[in-house]
Ligand binder design. Structure first.
Ligand code: ARG
Ligand code: ZN
Length: 898
C-alpha cells in the first residue's frame, strides 16, 4: 500500500497543512512491498519528551532494483545506517510521510538497517503510537501507529520477529513490558531498570506493544489442554487491584472455550493485559500483551453495572480470540479488516451466548446491528464489509466491518452447520497459520471443507447496503402445499449504482393458526424448520404435506442481515406472536407490532385508528411479563420498544421530536395499562441477596430496572419508589437503573440523587463518566445548555476519550431529539474542530453522528449540511480522518476525491 505523496502535512502538532484534498487508496492497487523486514531489534530509552528509539532490522528484497520506502511521521530522524555505514542526509529522501533509501545506496542482497529516531510521548495527544496515560507509557499501533515510533514497512503483510529492549526512566518504573517472553532484566550502568523481551511468533507491526510504569499486577495461571502452564497477569494503576477478578475469570473462561469450541490453544508462556485510562478504542489484541481501555477491565459491584461486566467478559474474549483469528493468521492489507474482526466478533458473540443466554444475546446483537449498522448501510458512509477504497483506514472500524462482518460468518455457520463451520476454520488455520491473507482465502477454506459453492456468497463482502427481502405465501389446500415466494433487492449506495442478487440463507418454519408447529416437507426433508437458500432476484419454494393454511415464520434467529417485508395482517402478527416456536422471532413480531403502532401514532391521519392495537399489544406483552417460564432478560426485551434511531429509518423527512413523542405515547400507554401488574412483577425481581454478577442475577436486575422505568412513568408518586431503589441498592446497576428511570421526568428527587451520586463517586473516573453520560442523554429542553456548561466542569477534559465520548459523544450519537437541531449541529461541529486538533481518530468518530441527516426534515438537513460545508471549507486545517467523513457525508464519493 503506497501512501499518496500529495498529502503534505507540515507537522501533526501544528495542525494539518494540506494544499489538495487527500487521495484515497484502492484495494485493486495492492502490491507486495519491494522489501521485507524479517527481524527487528528495538531499543527504547524511555523519556517523557525525548524517547530515543533504535531499530535494527534485517532486510531482504522481494524485487530487485527498487528504492526502499519506509513509512514514518511525527518523529525526529536522528540517524540511518546500512550495514553499519551511516548514510548522510543527501543519501536518503525524507518527507513528512516516509523515508526513501534509493536503490543505488543499498546492497544487492540482504542487509541490516539501523534507524535512530526520537519521539515525544508526553505531547502525543492522538493516543496513537507511543504515548502517555498519566505517568505510564503505552502504545496503540493498529492500524498505522507503529510508523510514529520508527520508520518501518508498516503494513500487515510484513511479518517480522521482534526483540525489544526497554530502558526505564528511573527506578520509579518497575514494570517494563512488551510482546512475547521476558529473556533478561536488570539495571544498566546509569542505574536505570531495563528488560528485554522476545516474541517467538512473527507478527505485523500493528501488533507491537510496550507498556512501562509503576503498576499493580493481579496474577493467576491457566493450564492449557495439552498441560502447559500459562502465567496470566493483569496490570492496573495502583488502587485498582480489587477490580480485576471478573476480567481474570473471563480470560480463563475464554481460553478454555477457544480450546473446546475451536481447538485453539494459547501459544506463549505468558498472557498479559494492561488497563489504560486514556484509550481511543475498546481494546487491542497486541501479541501476548493486550492493552485495554480501563472501562473494559475494572469492575466491582459498587462501580460497574451488569452491562459493564458483560462488556468486560465479551471484550476480554474478543481480544483473546484474536490470538488465532488476527494474530496467527493476519490480514494481507487493511481492506481485509473484516477477516479478523468479523470472524472474531462472531466468535465472541457465540462465547457470550454460551456463557449467558444464546437467545437474549442474539436479540442484543440484532438490536445493535439494526441501530448501528443498518443506518450506516443506508446512509452516505455505506461501504462493503470489505471496502474497496479508503482515505483513512481508521474510519473503517465500523459497525459494517465488525457487526455485519460477524453476520457473514454466522450465515456461513447457518449454511454449513456447526460441524461444517468448524471443519472450515480447522482448514483455514491449517492452511494459513503464520500468514497474512485475504477474505477469499477464508471463504475458500469454508468452501473446500464443506464442498459447498460459496462463489456467490462472496458478494456479501463486496456489495454495500442491506438487502430488502419481500415474502409472499400462497396455500394450495387441494395439494397440501405452501408456496413461498421470496424476492430480494438492494438499493444503490455511493459508488455502487446497481446491485446483483445475493446468496441468502433463510430459516423457515410453518405454524398452524391454532398454534401447532407444522412438520412440512421441503427438498425431500421432513422437518419443522428448514434452511432454504435464496440466490436469485426472485424464487419460489414449495413446502409439501401442509394440511392447513399456515402462518410462516421467516429468517428465524435472524438467519441473514436483511430487512424483511412480509404481507401479514395485524391479526396474524398477534397470532404468530402467541404461537411462535422460535423465541427470537416472537420478539421480532412484538417489535414489528410496536413499530407499526408508533408509526401510526406519528402520522396524524392514522393516529386515531389504533387504540385497539395498542390495547391488544399491551395485553400481549403483559401476558409475557406474567409468564414465569421466561427468562427475565427476555421479558425485559419483550416489553421494550424499538429505538428512536431505528424508527427514524422508517419515516421520510423525519421530525425526530415528533417521532420521539409518538414512541413516548406508546411507552406511556404500556405504563398506564396496568400499573399494579407492573409493580407486582417489579416486586418479584427484588432480592436482598448481596450483589453477584452472575448472569442469572443480572437478568433479574435488568427486568427490575426496566419495570421501574415504566412504573415511574405511570405516576409521579412512584418517584419515591425509584429513590428507595437507589438507596436500597448495593450495586451500580440498580443505582443507574434508578437514575435513568428518573431522568426523563427530572425533578427534585432526581436532582438530589444526581448530586449525591457525584459526591459519592467524585474520585472514580469511570463512574463519573456515567454521571456525564446521564446528563448528556437528558430529554430536558435545556439539555444543550447543560452540556455546554458541563464543558466547564472541573472534571471535563478533551484529553480523555472516555470523558469526551460520555459527554459530547452521548449527546451527538445518543440524544437524537436534541442533537437534530440547528444550534446543536453548530455546537457539535465546533467541538469536533477542537478535538480534531488533539485527536483526529476521536474527532472523526464524533462526526459520523451527521451521517443520518439525509433522513431529516429538509429544514434540518439543510442546517446540518451548512455546518458541515463550513467545516470542509477549513480543508487545509482538518485531519484526513475528519475530512473523509465530512466529505462523504456531504455526498462525495472516493472516486470524486480522486
Ligand atoms: N483490533 C482492535 C479490536 O478489534 C481495535 C483496534 C482499533 N483501531 C483503530 N485504529 N480503529 O479489538
Ligand atoms: Zn477486534
Amino acid at each position: 500500500i503506497v501512501l499518496s505523496r500529495k498529502l503534505c502535512y507540515e507537522n501533526e502538532k501544528r495542525g494539518f497543512m494540506r494544499d489538495t484534498a487527500p487521495m484515497p487508496i484502492y484495494l485493486k492497487d495492492y502490491q507486495k512491498h519491494a522489501f521485507e523486514i524479517t527481524d527487528i531489534a528495538l531499543e527504547f530509552e524511555l523519556h517523557p519528551t525525548e524517547t530515543q528509539v533504535t531499530a535494527v532490522s534485517k532486510v531482504s528484497r522481494n524485487r530487485k532494483g527498487e528504492d526502499f520506502t519506509l513509512d514514518g511521521h511525527s518523529m525526529i530522524l536522528k540517524a540511518v545506517y546500512v550495514d553499519d555505514q551511516q548514510l548522510s542526509e543527501s543519501n536518503y529522501i525524507l518527507t513528512d510521510q516516509d523515508l526513501t533509501l534509493p536503490s543505488a545506496r543499498l546492497p544487492e542482497g540482504d542487509f541490516t538497517l539501523k534507524i535512530v529516531t526520537q519521539i515525544d510521548p508526553s505531547n502525543n495527544t492522538s493516543l496513537e503510537g507511543l504515548y502517555r496515560s498519566g505517568t505510564m507509557y503505552c502504545t496503540q499501533c493498529e492500524s498505522q501507529g507503529f510508523r510514529k515510533i520508527t520508520y518501518f514497512i508498516d503494513r500487515p503483510d510484513n511479518m517480522a520477529r521482534y526483540r525489544v529492549k526497554l530502558i526505564g526512566e528511573d527506578d520509579k518504573m518497575p514494570v517494563l513490558l512488551s510482546n512475547g517472553h521476558k529473556i533478561e532484566e536488570g539495571q544498566d550502568k546509569n542505574g536505570r531498570p531495563y528488560a528485554v523481551w522476545e516474541d517467538p511468533h512473527k507478527k505485523p507491526s500493528y501488533l507491537f506493544a510496550l507498556v512501562a510504569g509503576d503498576l499493580a499486577v493481579h496474577k493467576d495461571k491457566f493450564t492449557t489442554q495439552s498441560g502447559r502452564d500459562v502465567a496470566l497477569e493483569i496490570y492496573v494503576e495502583h488502587g485498582n487491584e480489587d477490580r480485576c477478578d471478573y476480567a481474570m475469570d473471563s480470560l480463563k473462561r475464554s481460553m478454555r472455550w477457544d480450546e473446546e469450541k475451536y481447538g485453539r490453544e494459547y501459544d506463549l508462556d505468558i498472557f498479559m493485559i494492561v488497563a489504560v485510562s486514556d484509550f481511543n478504542f475498546g481494546a487491542m489484541e497486541n501479541k501476548g500483551l493486550n492493552i485495554f481501555n480501563a472501562k473494559y477491565i475494572l469492575a466491582k459491584s459498587e462501580t460497574a453495572t451488569d452491562t459493564d461486566y458483560e462488556n468486560i467478559e465479551a471484550i476480554i474474549a474478543h481480544e483473546y480470540f484474536h490470538n488465532w483469528t488476527g494474530n496467527r493468521i493476519t490480514c494481507r492489507d487493511w481492506f481485509q479488516l473484516c477477516l479478523k474482526e468479523g470472524l472474531t466478533v462472531f466468535r465472541d458473540q457465540s462465547f457470550t451466548g454460551d456463557m449467558r443466554s444464546s437467545i437474549t444475546k442474539r436479540i442484543d446483537d440484532v438490536i445493535m446491528l439494526r441501530n448501528a449498522q443498518f443506518p450506516e448501510d443506508a446512509g452516505p458512509l455505506a461501504h462493503p464489509v470489505r471496502p474497496e477504497s479508503y482515505i483513512e483506514i481508521n474510519n473503517f472500524y465500523t459497525a459494517t466491518v465488525y457487526e455485519k462482518g460477524a453476520e457473514l460468518c454466522r450465515m456461513l455457520a447457518v449454511m454449513l452447520g456447526q460441524e461444517g463451520f468448524r471443519k472450515g476454520t480447522d482448514l483455514f488455520f491449517e492452511r494459513f497459520d503464520g500468514m497474512a491473507v485475504t477474505v477469499e482465502d477464508f471463504v475458500q477454506s469454508m468452501a473446500d471443507a464443506s464442498g459447498k459453492d460459496l462463489s456467490q456468497f462472496l458478494l456479501w463482502y463486496k456489495q454495500a447496503g442491506t438487502p430488502h427481502v419481500t415474502a409472499h405465501g400462497v396455500y394450495h389446500a387441494d395439494q397440501g402445499r405452501y408456496h413461498l415466494t421470496l424476492s430480494q433487492k438492494t438499493h444503490p449506495t455511493q459508488g455502487q449504482d446497481s446491485k446483483v442478487a445475493m446468496h441468502i440463507p433463510v430459516l423457515v418454519a410453518l405454524i398452524s393458526p391454532s398454534g401447532e408447529p407444522i412438520t412440512s416437507e421441503y427438498a425431500g426433508k421432513s422437518a419443522h424448520e428448514h434452511m432454504i437458500e435464496l440466490k436469485e432476484d426472485k424464487a419460489e419454494f414449495i413446502f409439501e404435506n401442509v394440511s392447513e393454511a399456515p402462518l410462516v415464520s421467516l429468517f428465524r434467529d435472524f438467519s441473514a442481515p436483511i430487512i424483511l417485508h412480509q404481507d401479514i395482517s395485524t391479526e396474524e402478527c398477534f397470532l404468530l406472536m402467541q404461537h411462535e416456536t422460535n423465541p427470537f422471532n416472537a420478539y421480532e413480531i412484538a417489535q414489528n407490532i410496536a413499530e407499526g403502532i408508533i408509526l401510526s401514532l406519528y402520522d396524524e391521519q392514522t393516529r386515531s385508528d389504533i387504540e385497539n392495537d395498542v390495547t391488544a399489544y399491551c395485553a400481549a406483552i403483559y401476558k409475557i411479563l406474567q409468564n414465569e417460564t421466561y427468562d427475565p432478560l427476555y421479558k425485559s426485551y419483550m416489553i421494550g420498544l424499538p429505538s428512536l434511531g431505528y424508527l427514524m429509518q422508517k419515516v421520510k423527512n423525519v421530525q425526530p421530536q415528533k417521532l420521539y413523542d409518538a414512541r413516548t405515547a406508546l411507552r406511556d400507554a404500556i405504563a398506564a395499562y396496568d400499573p399494579d401488574a407492573l409493580i407486582e412483577a417489579y416486586q418479584k425481581t427484588r432480592s436482598d441477596k448481596a450483589f453477584d454478577p452472575a448472569p442469572s442475577e443480572a437478568t433479574r436486575r435488568a427486568l427490575g430496572n426496566k419495570l421501574l422505568s415504566y412504573i415511574v412513568l405511570a405516576d409521579a408518586k412512584f418517584s419515591a419508589r425509584a429513590e428507595a431503589h437507589y438507596r436500597e441498592s448495593d450495586n451500580m446497576t440498580d443505582m443507574m437503573g434508578a437514575l435513568s428511570a428518573l431522568s426523563d421526568r427530572g425533578g427534585e428527587i432526581y436532582n438530589k440523587l444526581m448530586q449525591e451520586f457525584f459526591v459519592t463517586y467524585e474520585k472514580d473516573q469511570l463512574v463519573i463518566d456515567k454521571w456525564f453520560a446521564l446528563q448528556a442523554r437528558s430529554q430536558a429542553s435545556d439539555v444543550l445548555d447543560q452540556v455546554k456548561s458541563l464543558l466547564n466542569h472541573k472534571d471535563f477534559t478533551y484529553k480523555n476519550p472516555n470523558r469526551v465520548r460520555s459527554l459530547i459523544g452521548v449527546f451527538a450519537h445518543g440524544n437524537l431529539v436534541h442533537f437534530h437541531k440547528p444550534d446543536a449541529y453548530a455546537f457539535i461541529a465546533e467541538q469536533i474542530l477542537i478535538l480534531d486538533k488533539l485527536n483526529p481518530k476521536t474527532a472523526a468518530r464524533m462526526a459520523t453522528a451527521f451521517d443520518q441527516i439525509h433522513l431529516l426534515d429538509p429544514a434540518l438537513s439543510h442546517a446540518a449540511r451548512g455546518v458541515l460545508e463550513h467545516l470542509l471549507e477549513k480543508k487545509s486545517e482538518i485531519s484526513n480522518d475528519l475530512y473523509e467523513i465530512i466529505f462523504k457525508t456531504l455526498g462525495g464519493s472516493a472516486k470524486i476525491a480522486a
